[in-house]
Design a protein around this ligand. Sequence first.
Ligand code: CTP
Length: 409
Amino acid sequence: MTDRPRVVLGVGGGIAAYKACELLRRLTETGHDVTVVPTAAALEFVGAPTWAALSGNPVSTQVWDDVHRVPHVRIGQTADLVVVAPATADLLAKAANGLADDLLTNTLLTARCPVLFAPAMHTEMWEHPATQANVATLRGRGALVVEPAEGRLTGADTGKGRLPDPGELFEVARDVLARRDSGNALDLTGRHVVVSAGGTREYLDPVRFIGNRSSGLQGIALARTAVARGAEVTLVAANVSLPEPAGAKVVHVETTAELRDAVLGAAATADAVVMAAAPADFRPAAQEQAKIKKSADGSVPPLELVQNPDILAELSQHRPRQGTVVVGFAAETGDEHGSVLDHAAAKLARKGCDLLVVNDVSGGRVFGSPDNEAVVLDASGDATGVPRGSKAALAHVVWDSVASRWQNG
Ligand code: CTP
């Protein structure tokens, strides 16, 4: 017996099966006890010895091995999490219809723990109404079905259907596992949330820009955690050079004007918008079409700036939809005019948002750190302190606060 979290990794018969090896590695390296249950078709792509060696556990595809231990029931019953990656169209159809003709489909019927499907297939198969209906059925029954990524598929095709980055799938799996006893782990199901991340660039000419150091880590953590809680997520990423979170629709932008268009566009159907990005407050009054040259006499060109639109204030004051919860971030320092929280409360009122996540950056704290520490201010006056911890932990508090605003109307 083991007290390590028990994960079943179901592997469907798709070319992305090779990426599941990386997911398996991540799970075992972080102390999970993983039983791999491939389908017979999956073994055409990656053989049983690979799964056995990487997991340290025996591997079987069908119910006739080890029968005295009743594996078709026991594996599902004793799991803390089942992850199916890749989930093929065939596997989704079987799961949605409750078929049980091999060890994996039996396991899916006996599991009472959270089940995470990561579909991967060609775009046509993913978009087919039959597949979409099966996905809706599985979601309706409480499974987490992560949207496939867009990009290069097998052969010459590109489109939606790629298995997300295995490292990112691992993050979702870990999050689901951590929240499995929380009562309603998928509490954002049926909600569309928009998150902005990163820092904008304002171009002076085709090669030079004014930018900032925002990495996008907090925005990525917000997107990841929202996916893990069942939301449909649009991530508007300004110059973020990090792996794309699994399951999120990612819109890449560079400038504040592009960020504004993308956020306002996505906000039309959003239940929440979280502005974790750092848009530049100013941009050059003019952008030169050609590279600015040094002048022979050594004179320096003037730099005239104009103010950018304030996206958070615009969203808050002209809500694209009634009931959309709008969340801002603020990095503040205390001074002779007031404390960090005084300034933050004034900013929340000025911008008109519902929640403001306040970082105390006195003495250069927070920047570039994998951790964060904050206070979540609510327009009603409530303040929730979030002790120093991971950006994912802060992200969960933000979603808790958003969900409680939805509940209280
Ligand atoms: N923000 C925005 N559009 C801008 C600038 C900021 O939507 N052009 C958003 C940020 O994403 C963040 C919040 O506003 O959620 C707070 O940004 P901050 O720079 O602290 O606000 P400012 O109004 O610029 O306040 P300050 O004068 O203190 O810099």
